[in-house]
Each structure stands twice: as structure tokens, then as C-alpha cells.
Design a protein around this ligand. Structure first.
Ligand SMILES: Nc1nc2c(ncn2[C@@H]2O[C@H](COP(=O)(O)O)[C@@H](O)[C@H]2O)c(=O)[nH]1
Ligand SMILES: [Mn+2]
Length: 396
């Protein structure tokens, strides 16, 4: 894999500088580098930071932060506000029986039975803003994962967060569900981006901000539901969105699969069969556009996973477990294959590159114990989304 920007120095293509934070050892697809170049040549794009989880996306590079004087909703796509929230559960890992945890987490399959409208209102959102979807994980690679602590690199900093080797963590990856898609639908024709002063841009940004807040609340409700199912409590350690737009020095900072790094600690996901990490962003890094890798990043796209793994029954059975005895709950065979650990890059290399670039120090390495992935048949998924859109449209 060619890596023309491996030294971390800016390369210029068009007007924009591209800073990369990955080494030659990282797996970077040529198609992702092509996307970086294309974005760098777009009107108003000033600076780009690209991380070791970089991979090609539908509308642009995933694993990158892009500063532009023009607004590009397509760089973010439909899952506005998607992110990772890390919680600590009020139960030590040694007390967990994984088969029981797996059984109980199946409660996440259904909808949230609490007062969604009240939760939305309390979060400053309209009570009728997709209450039916609140607290649900969604498909794709969204997940809710119970994790143990594999090792602690900075005991003091870890303890300051109220965490120890004994802790049980819960990592929730989800976004704004059908709300984000509906917001994106309103702007889908704006493939050349928008002038930020235009009224359409203002309207999009208002709806975008609501979707970001909705996604954050969604992760919190998912965590509460998981903790309830496990008959315990939970406390937030960090909520870190990785698909969003923020204002930065009068320009638009687009993060697509790039974690916000201007917060104290950031979870970086691996896969359901590899380590995830809790890191501390080192300092305000303007060159990295105050961002970090958000995960391992895809090595193979979903479609190309079919045929690569899960060919035999025993291979499929293996996919429902991880290498260290952890469990995976996913009754959708296609999803199990599309999201197999082999679909992802090596998260250790991602962390090595971030550390070597001076962007993070690692606090702890976390290991997957039970991974819950939402799985409803594809026809139901499409139906749910369509229904959501129609409902919103009729309200407008
Ligand atoms: N700990 C786990 N990490 C996972 C799992 N499935 C995917 N992943 C990681 O999350 C990011 C999310 O990517 P996004 O672009 O869709 O936001 C991905 O890069 C993987 O590293 C899992 O089951 N457990
Ligand atoms: Mn995501």
C-alpha cells in the first residue's frame, strides 16, 4: 500500500495541506488517499488531518478531519453524531458470568420502555423527535460491548477516573438512527457543499446539532438499558462523537470517523475480538485539527467480507465467540460476517502510530467480554427507516 504522506509533514494538493498521522506500518488503501486528494481540491478546503484508521468511505475519507470555509454535509453523511461512549458498570469484572450477561443483554433487542419524550425534553430536544428509536443501537457496526481491563499503563490517571484493574466497562457505539438520515435527506442534493452564510446551511446546522445531541442521548439511554438488564448501575467516563461538524475559527471543522480530541479521555475501539484503548489526548494539536482516530478502521468493506470468512458451519460458530472466550450476540448471519474482526485493521498499530505522532498517551487496554450487535432482518430495517422519514416529512 503506497503511503506518500508517511512522515506526518504537510503535503499540498490544491490549496489544502494534508497532515497524516500514520506510519508505513499502517494499512492504508490507495483509494482512501485518492479521496483525501479529491477533498483537498474542493472549494474552501484549507486543512486536512488523516489518521491510521483512514479508509475509503461512500462520500469521502473515513478517519479524517477536514477544515473548510464551505460546509460539506456529504463529508459527514447520514449518521450524524455517531460516536463512542464509555461507561463504568457498578460491578467488578470478576463477578460477571458471561453467559448470563449475554442472555440479559438480549433485552436490548426491543425498544426503550421508559419515557422517551421526557428524556428528549430534558436533553433540550423536541419530545416528538424520533422517540420510538431512542435507546436502540441500530445495524451495521454499531454495538454495545461489556469490556474488562486487560492492562493499565497509567495507574494514577486511570484511578483518577475511578477505574481499576477490576472495573467492568461498557462501550456503546451508536448514532442518530433515522433522524440523521432524515436530516441528510434534506441536503442530499448539495453535493458541491454550501455557502455557510446561506439560509439552507443554517437550517442544516441547526438540525445537525439536534442530531448530535440526540445521538449522545441515545448512547446514554442504551447504556442505562444495558445496566438495568445486568441489574447494576453505570457512570459515564467519556462521550466522544466522531461524525460531526463544529465551528473552528470561523470555518467548518468536519470530522468523519475522527474522534473529538479536545476532551480529557477518549476510547478508541478495536473490534469484537481485539483490544480497545482508553487514551489521553496529549495537548491541543492544531495540526491534528483537535482530532484522533476513532477506531481500528476497516480493512475490507462489508461486501468483500462475504466469502472471506464464515464459509463453514464451524467457522460461523467461531464468529459468535472471540479468541479469549468472550461472547458475541448477533443472530443475523450476514452481519456477523460483514462485521467479523478480520474486516478491521490492527488496532495496536493505530495506537502505536498515534503515540509515535505524539497525539496520545495510553491509559489502559480494554478487552471485549460480551459484544451485543443489533440484528433485525434487512426488510424490517428498511421499513423502520422509511416509516421514520415519512413521519418526519408529514410533520414538516
Ligand atoms: N470493540 C469493538 N469495536 C468495534 C466493533 N465493531 C467495530 N468496531 C470498531 O469501531 C469502529 C467504528 O467505526 P465507524 O466508522 O462505523 O464509526 C471501527 O473502526 C472498529 O474499529 C466491535 O464489535 N467491538
Ligand atoms: Mn460510528
Amino acid at each position: 500500500m503506497g503511503n506518500p504522506f508517511a512522515d506526518g509533514s504537510p503535503a499540498f494538493a490544491g490549496e489544502a495541506s494534508i497532515h497524516t498521522f500514520y506510519s508505513e506500518a499502517s494499512w492504508i488503501e490507495g483509494a482512501a488517499i485518492d479521496q483525501l486528494r479529491q477533498v483537498s481540491q474542493r472549494v474552501g478546503v484549507r486543512r486536512i488531518a488523516a489518521f491510521p484508521d483512514l479508509h475509503p468511505g461512500k462520500y469521502g475519507p473515513v478517519g479524517s478531519a477536514i477544515l473548510a470555509t464551505r460546509l460539506y454535509p456529504h463529508l459527514i453523511g447520514n449518521d450524524i453524531g455517531c460516536g463512542m461512549s464509555l461507561f463504568v458498570l457498578d460491578i467488578p469484572a470478576r463477578k460477571l458470568r458471561l453467559d448470563k450477561v449475554a442472555e440479559r443483554l438480549k433485552a436490548l433487542e426491543g425498544g426503550f420502555e421508559g419515557d422517551a419524550a421526557a428524556r428528549l425534553t430534558a436533553a433540550g430536544l423536541a419530545p416528538d423527535l424520533y422517540p420510538e428509536a431512542l435507546g436502540t443501537i441500530g445495524g451495521g457496526n454499531h454495538f454495545c460491548e461489556v469490556q474488562g481491563v486487560e492492562s493499565v499503563a497509567d495507574t494514577q490517571a486511570f484511578a483518577a477516573l475511578g477505574l481499576s484493574r477490576e472495573s467492568t466497562l461498557l462501550l456503546v457505539h451508536s448514532g442518530s438512527r433515522a433522524l440523521g438520515s432524515a436530516v441528510f435527506d434534506t441536503i442530499r442534493d448539495a453535493t458541491d457543499g454550501l455557502d455557510g452564510t446561506h439560509e439552507r446551511a443554517t437550517r442544516y446546522l441547526r438540525a445537525h446539532d439536534a442530531a448530535v445531541a440526540w445521538a449522545r442521548l441515545n448512547r446514554a439511554v442504551i447504556a442505562e438499558r444495558a445496566a438495568d438488564a445486568l441489574r447494576t448501575g453505570c457512570r459515564l467516563i467519556a462521550d466522544v462523537p466522531h461524525n460531526l461538524i463544529e465551528l473552528h475559527e470561523g470555518a467548518f471543522l468536519h470530522r468523519k470517523g475522527a474522534a473529538k480530541a479536545d476532551i480529557p479521555v477518549v476510547p478508541i475501539a478495536g473490534s469484537r475480538d481485539s483490544a480497545s484503548f482508553l487514551v489521553r489526548p496529549t495537548a491541543a494539536r492544531e495540526d491534528a485539527l483537535f482530532s484522533l482516530a476513532h477506531g481500528a478502521g476497516r480493512k475490507y468493506d462489508r461486501r468483500s467480507m462475504t466469502g472471506r470468512v464464515g464459509q463453514t458451519r464451524s467457522e460461523r460458530e467461531k464468529l459468535a465467540r472471540n479468541g479469549s472466550g468472550g461472547l458475541v450476540i448477533c443472530d443475523d448471519r450476514a452481519l456477523l460476517i460483514e462485521e467479523a474482526p478480520a474486516a478491521y485493521k490492527n488496532p495496536l498499530q493505530v495506537i502505536r502510530d498515534l503515540e509515535q505522532s505524539g497525539l496520545v498517551t495510553t491509559l489502559a487496554t480494554l478487552k471485549p467480554l460480551v459484544t451485543f450487535k443489533k440484528s433485525s432482518p434487512p426488510d424490517k430495517r428498511a421499513e423502520g427507516t422509511k416509516r421514520g422519514h415519512e413521519k418526519r416529512r408529514s410533520r414538516r
